[in-house]
Design a protein around this ligand. Structure first.
Ligand code: ZN
Length: 331
Protein backbone atom coordinates (compact mmCIF):
# COMPACT_ATOMS: atom_id res chain seq x y z
CA UNK A 1 0.00 0.00 0.00
CA UNK A 2 1.43 3.38 -0.91
CA UNK A 3 1.93 5.98 1.80
CA UNK A 4 0.36 9.41 1.76
CA UNK A 5 2.63 12.15 0.47
CA UNK A 6 2.82 13.81 3.89
CA UNK A 7 4.08 10.64 5.54
CA UNK A 8 6.68 10.16 2.83
CA UNK A 9 8.21 13.60 3.22
CA UNK A 10 8.27 14.27 6.93
CA UNK A 11 6.87 12.56 10.04
CA UNK A 12 3.78 14.54 11.03
CA UNK A 13 4.17 15.61 14.64
CA UNK A 14 2.84 18.82 16.17
CA UNK A 15 5.14 21.83 15.66
CA UNK A 16 5.48 23.98 18.77
CA UNK A 17 7.39 27.18 19.60
CA UNK A 18 7.40 26.70 23.37
CA UNK A 19 7.01 23.76 25.72
CA UNK A 20 5.53 23.54 29.22
CA UNK A 21 5.80 19.95 30.40
CA UNK A 22 3.78 20.78 33.53
CA UNK A 23 0.74 21.44 31.33
CA UNK A 24 1.32 18.40 29.10
CA UNK A 25 -0.69 15.24 29.61
CA UNK A 26 1.13 12.13 30.79
CA UNK A 27 2.52 9.82 28.12
CA UNK A 28 5.11 9.78 25.31
CA UNK A 29 5.15 12.77 22.98
CA UNK A 30 7.05 13.71 19.84
CA UNK A 31 7.12 17.29 18.62
CA UNK A 32 8.97 19.48 16.20
CA UNK A 33 10.32 22.43 18.16
CA UNK A 34 10.42 25.51 15.90
CA UNK A 35 13.52 27.16 17.34
CA UNK A 36 14.06 29.87 14.71
CA UNK A 37 13.59 30.62 11.06
CA UNK A 38 16.32 30.14 8.48
CA UNK A 39 17.52 32.78 6.02
CA UNK A 40 14.61 32.16 3.66
CA UNK A 41 12.08 32.36 6.47
CA UNK A 42 11.40 28.63 6.82
CA UNK A 43 11.17 27.17 10.31
CA UNK A 44 14.19 25.33 11.70
CA UNK A 45 12.60 22.52 13.65
CA UNK A 46 14.33 20.30 16.19
CA UNK A 47 13.12 16.80 17.03
CA UNK A 48 11.82 16.79 20.60
CA UNK A 49 10.69 13.83 22.71
CA UNK A 50 8.91 14.03 26.05
CA UNK A 51 8.32 11.09 28.38
CA UNK A 52 5.95 12.33 31.06
CA UNK A 53 4.94 10.09 33.94
CA UNK A 54 1.56 9.83 35.62
CA UNK A 55 3.27 10.34 38.97
CA UNK A 56 5.08 13.55 40.00
CA UNK A 57 8.88 13.65 40.09
CA UNK A 58 11.97 15.45 38.82
CA UNK A 59 12.04 16.94 35.35
CA UNK A 60 15.25 16.01 33.54
CA UNK A 61 16.35 17.67 30.30
CA UNK A 62 18.75 15.84 27.96
CA UNK A 63 20.34 17.64 25.01
CA UNK A 64 22.84 16.47 22.38
CA UNK A 65 24.39 17.68 19.16
CA UNK A 66 25.08 21.26 20.25
CA UNK A 67 28.42 20.58 18.57
CA UNK A 68 27.41 19.16 15.21
CA UNK A 69 30.32 16.72 14.75
CA UNK A 70 29.78 15.01 18.12
CA UNK A 71 27.59 12.24 16.86
CA UNK A 72 28.18 9.82 19.74
CA UNK A 73 26.30 12.27 21.98
CA UNK A 74 23.40 12.33 19.53
CA UNK A 75 23.37 8.53 19.29
CA UNK A 76 23.40 8.31 23.11
CA UNK A 77 20.37 10.63 23.38
CA UNK A 78 18.53 8.54 20.79
CA UNK A 79 19.46 5.31 22.63
CA UNK A 80 18.10 6.76 25.89
CA UNK A 81 14.83 7.64 24.13
CA UNK A 82 14.51 4.10 22.74
CA UNK A 83 15.22 2.67 26.20
CA UNK A 84 12.50 4.86 27.75
CA UNK A 85 9.72 3.79 25.39
CA UNK A 86 7.04 1.92 27.34
CA UNK A 87 8.68 2.53 30.74
CA UNK A 88 6.75 3.72 33.77
CA UNK A 89 8.12 7.14 34.70
CA UNK A 90 7.69 9.46 37.67
CA UNK A 91 8.36 13.06 36.66
CA UNK A 92 9.42 13.88 33.13
CA UNK A 93 12.32 13.23 30.75
CA UNK A 94 12.65 15.63 27.82
CA UNK A 95 15.15 14.78 25.07
CA UNK A 96 16.45 17.10 22.34
CA UNK A 97 18.80 14.76 20.46
CA UNK A 98 19.90 17.00 17.58
CA UNK A 99 20.29 20.66 18.53
CA UNK A 100 22.71 22.21 16.03
CA UNK A 101 21.04 21.39 12.72
CA UNK A 102 23.38 23.42 10.49
CA UNK A 103 26.48 21.89 12.13
CA UNK A 104 25.20 18.32 12.16
CA UNK A 105 24.36 18.44 8.45
CA UNK A 106 27.94 19.58 7.72
CA UNK A 107 29.67 17.18 10.18
CA UNK A 108 30.91 20.39 11.75
CA UNK A 109 31.33 21.49 15.35
CA UNK A 110 29.98 24.98 14.72
CA UNK A 111 26.64 26.62 14.07
CA UNK A 112 26.77 27.84 10.45
CA UNK A 113 25.29 31.24 9.88
CA UNK A 114 23.73 32.25 6.57
CA UNK A 115 24.38 35.92 7.33
CA UNK A 116 26.98 37.31 4.90
CA UNK A 117 28.71 39.21 7.72
CA UNK A 118 28.78 36.34 10.25
CA UNK A 119 31.32 33.58 10.76
CA UNK A 120 30.46 30.14 12.04
CA UNK A 121 29.91 30.07 15.81
CA UNK A 122 30.64 27.68 18.67
CA UNK A 123 27.03 27.41 19.88
CA UNK A 124 28.20 26.17 23.29
CA UNK A 125 29.82 29.53 24.03
CA UNK A 126 26.80 31.78 23.38
CA UNK A 127 24.18 30.53 25.88
CA UNK A 128 21.79 31.92 27.10
CA UNK A 129 21.87 33.75 23.77
CA UNK A 130 20.42 37.12 22.91
CA UNK A 131 17.05 37.77 21.23
CA UNK A 132 18.59 40.84 19.55
CA UNK A 133 21.87 39.15 18.58
CA UNK A 134 23.03 37.33 15.44
CA UNK A 135 21.30 34.18 14.23
CA UNK A 136 23.36 31.84 16.49
CA UNK A 137 22.53 33.98 19.57
CA UNK A 138 18.86 34.11 18.70
CA UNK A 139 18.80 30.34 18.09
CA UNK A 140 20.42 29.69 21.49
CA UNK A 141 18.10 32.18 23.21
CA UNK A 142 14.92 30.66 21.81
CA UNK A 143 16.12 27.18 22.78
CA UNK A 144 17.02 28.34 26.29
CA UNK A 145 13.94 30.48 27.05
CA UNK A 146 11.23 28.43 25.36
CA UNK A 147 12.41 24.87 25.87
CA UNK A 148 15.35 24.18 28.20
CA UNK A 149 15.03 26.56 31.16
CA UNK A 150 11.28 26.20 31.83
CA UNK A 151 11.29 22.38 31.77
CA UNK A 152 14.37 21.29 33.72
CA UNK A 153 15.06 20.58 37.39
CA UNK A 154 18.26 18.76 36.38
CA UNK A 155 20.04 18.66 33.02
CA UNK A 156 22.48 16.53 31.06
CA UNK A 157 24.25 17.80 27.93
CA UNK A 158 25.78 15.06 25.76
CA UNK A 159 28.91 15.72 23.70
CA UNK A 160 32.02 13.86 22.53
CA UNK A 161 35.56 14.98 21.79
CA UNK A 162 35.77 17.11 18.65
CA UNK A 163 36.72 15.62 15.24
CA UNK A 164 40.24 14.26 15.05
CA UNK A 165 40.59 13.41 18.77
CA UNK A 166 39.34 10.84 21.27
CA UNK A 167 38.04 11.04 24.83
CA UNK A 168 37.11 8.23 27.21
CA UNK A 169 33.70 8.49 28.96
CA UNK A 170 34.31 11.83 30.60
CA UNK A 171 32.02 14.00 32.74
CA UNK A 172 32.32 17.69 33.61
CA UNK A 173 30.78 18.65 36.95
CA UNK A 174 30.84 21.76 39.10
CA UNK A 175 31.87 20.29 42.48
CA UNK A 176 30.20 23.16 44.33
CA UNK A 177 26.88 21.55 43.35
CA UNK A 178 26.02 18.31 45.11
CA UNK A 179 23.59 17.18 42.41
CA UNK A 180 26.24 17.77 39.72
CA UNK A 181 28.78 15.55 41.52
CA UNK A 182 26.12 12.95 42.22
CA UNK A 183 24.95 12.79 38.60
CA UNK A 184 28.53 12.67 37.28
CA UNK A 185 29.43 9.72 39.54
CA UNK A 186 26.20 7.89 38.67
CA UNK A 187 27.29 7.87 35.01
CA UNK A 188 30.18 5.61 36.05
CA UNK A 189 32.54 7.46 33.71
CA UNK A 190 36.29 6.91 33.34
CA UNK A 191 37.04 10.51 34.35
CA UNK A 192 35.34 13.44 36.06
CA UNK A 193 36.68 16.98 35.88
CA UNK A 194 35.82 19.31 38.74
CA UNK A 195 35.01 22.29 36.56
CA UNK A 196 33.46 25.58 37.70
CA UNK A 197 32.49 26.26 34.07
CA UNK A 198 32.83 29.20 31.71
CA UNK A 199 30.35 31.81 30.50
CA UNK A 200 28.34 30.82 27.45
CA UNK A 201 28.52 27.08 28.06
CA UNK A 202 25.08 25.53 28.42
CA UNK A 203 26.08 23.54 31.54
CA UNK A 204 27.34 26.72 33.25
CA UNK A 205 24.19 28.65 32.32
CA UNK A 206 22.00 25.88 33.75
CA UNK A 207 24.05 25.80 36.96
CA UNK A 208 23.91 29.57 37.38
CA UNK A 209 20.13 29.43 36.87
CA UNK A 210 19.69 26.97 39.74
CA UNK A 211 19.39 23.89 37.49
CA UNK A 212 22.21 21.48 38.40
CA UNK A 213 23.70 20.03 35.24
CA UNK A 214 26.59 18.01 33.83
CA UNK A 215 28.27 17.69 30.45
CA UNK A 216 29.20 14.19 29.28
CA UNK A 217 31.81 13.50 26.62
CA UNK A 218 30.95 10.22 24.89
CA UNK A 219 34.28 9.13 23.42
CA UNK A 220 35.69 10.02 20.03
CA UNK A 221 34.65 12.87 17.73
CA UNK A 222 32.52 12.10 14.68
CA UNK A 223 32.99 8.30 14.48
CA UNK A 224 30.55 5.83 16.02
CA UNK A 225 31.64 4.14 19.24
CA UNK A 226 28.95 1.63 20.23
CA UNK A 227 30.53 0.67 23.54
CA UNK A 228 30.81 4.30 24.72
CA UNK A 229 27.23 5.03 23.61
CA UNK A 230 25.98 2.02 25.54
CA UNK A 231 27.95 3.00 28.68
CA UNK A 232 26.74 6.61 28.52
CA UNK A 233 23.11 5.58 27.97
CA UNK A 234 23.29 3.13 30.92
CA UNK A 235 24.84 5.89 33.03
CA UNK A 236 21.95 8.23 32.27
CA UNK A 237 19.44 5.44 33.07
CA UNK A 238 21.32 5.05 36.37
CA UNK A 239 20.73 8.76 37.11
CA UNK A 240 17.02 8.34 36.29
CA UNK A 241 16.84 5.42 38.75
CA UNK A 242 18.77 7.22 41.49
CA UNK A 243 16.45 10.24 41.22
CA UNK A 244 13.45 7.88 41.21
CA UNK A 245 12.16 8.76 37.75
CA UNK A 246 12.54 5.05 36.91
CA UNK A 247 12.21 2.04 39.17
CA UNK A 248 15.05 -0.44 39.44
CA UNK A 249 18.28 -0.98 41.23
CA UNK A 250 20.86 1.78 41.04
CA UNK A 251 24.22 0.45 39.84
CA UNK A 252 26.91 1.14 42.42
CA UNK A 253 29.37 3.81 41.34
CA UNK A 254 32.90 2.61 40.70
CA UNK A 255 35.97 4.65 41.54
CA UNK A 256 37.19 6.74 38.63
CA UNK A 257 39.86 9.36 37.99
CA UNK A 258 38.65 12.68 39.38
CA UNK A 259 40.79 15.71 38.67
CA UNK A 260 40.86 19.47 38.91
CA UNK A 261 43.50 20.40 36.38
CA UNK A 262 43.74 19.84 32.64
CA UNK A 263 47.03 20.07 30.77
CA UNK A 264 46.79 20.27 26.97
CA UNK A 265 49.94 19.45 25.02
CA UNK A 266 49.57 21.22 21.67
CA UNK A 267 51.49 20.99 18.41
CA UNK A 268 54.33 23.53 18.29
CA UNK A 269 54.30 23.42 14.50
CA UNK A 270 52.31 21.87 11.71
CA UNK A 271 52.95 18.25 10.71
CA UNK A 272 51.96 14.65 11.21
CA UNK A 273 51.72 13.42 14.80
CA UNK A 274 51.80 9.80 15.96
CA UNK A 275 50.87 9.27 19.62
CA UNK A 276 52.57 6.68 21.83
CA UNK A 277 49.99 6.67 24.61
CA UNK A 278 46.45 5.35 25.03
CA UNK A 279 43.43 6.83 26.80
CA UNK A 280 43.63 6.49 30.60
CA UNK A 281 47.38 5.65 30.56
CA UNK A 282 49.21 6.93 33.64
CA UNK A 283 52.21 8.89 32.44
CA UNK A 284 55.21 10.23 34.30
CA UNK A 285 56.86 13.59 33.92
CA UNK A 286 59.09 13.63 30.80
CA UNK A 287 57.52 10.46 29.39
CA UNK A 288 57.37 10.52 25.59
CA UNK A 289 53.80 11.21 24.43
CA UNK A 290 54.02 11.69 20.68
CA UNK A 291 56.34 12.16 17.73
CA UNK A 292 55.79 14.62 14.91
CA UNK A 293 57.01 14.26 11.31
CA UNK A 294 57.16 16.77 8.47
CA UNK A 295 55.65 15.99 5.09
CA UNK A 296 58.91 14.30 3.97
CA UNK A 297 58.46 11.89 6.87
CA UNK A 298 61.44 13.24 8.85
CA UNK A 299 61.09 13.54 12.62
CA UNK A 300 60.73 17.19 13.60
CA UNK A 301 59.52 17.16 17.19
CA UNK A 302 58.90 14.92 20.18
CA UNK A 303 56.32 15.79 22.83
CA UNK A 304 56.78 14.86 26.50
CA UNK A 305 54.51 14.84 29.54
CA UNK A 306 55.14 18.05 31.55
CA UNK A 307 53.88 16.39 34.78
CA UNK A 308 52.76 13.04 36.21
CA UNK A 309 49.14 12.67 35.06
CA UNK A 310 46.54 10.54 33.24
CA UNK A 311 45.90 10.67 29.48
CA UNK A 312 42.31 11.70 28.76
CA UNK A 313 42.60 12.64 25.11
CA UNK A 314 44.89 12.19 22.14
CA UNK A 315 44.67 12.92 18.45
CA UNK A 316 43.45 10.18 16.13
CA UNK A 317 43.92 12.21 12.95
CA UNK A 318 47.64 12.72 12.46
CA UNK A 319 47.54 16.06 10.62
CA UNK A 320 48.02 18.77 13.24
CA UNK A 321 48.01 22.49 12.63
CA UNK A 322 50.24 24.58 14.91
CA UNK A 323 48.42 24.82 18.23
CA UNK A 324 46.23 21.74 17.62
CA UNK A 325 45.70 19.28 20.46
CA UNK A 326 48.17 16.40 20.61
CA UNK A 327 47.52 14.95 24.08
CA UNK A 328 45.37 16.12 26.99
CA UNK A 329 46.21 15.11 30.56
CA UNK A 330 44.31 15.35 33.83
CA UNK A 331 45.87 15.79 37.25
ZN1 ZN B 1 31.13 19.34 22.42
Amino acid sequence: MSKSLNECIFPMFPTIQALDVNALEAGEHKFWFAVATDAVGHPQTLPLRVFKGHRPGKRIMITAGIHGDEQNGILTAQQIARDLVGQEIAGCVTIVPAVNLSGIARHSRDFHSAAPDSSSTNLNRVFPGNPQGDDASRFANSLWENLLKPNADLAIDLHSQTSGSAYPLYAFADYRLEDAIRMARLINPDVILDDPGDPGILETVYNRSGIPSITIEVGIGRYTDIEMISRAASGVMNILKAYELLQGEVEPTAKCVEGKEIISVRANQGGFVICHVELMDRVEENQKLATQYNSFGDEVEVYYAPVDATVISHNVESVRAPGSLVVRLIK
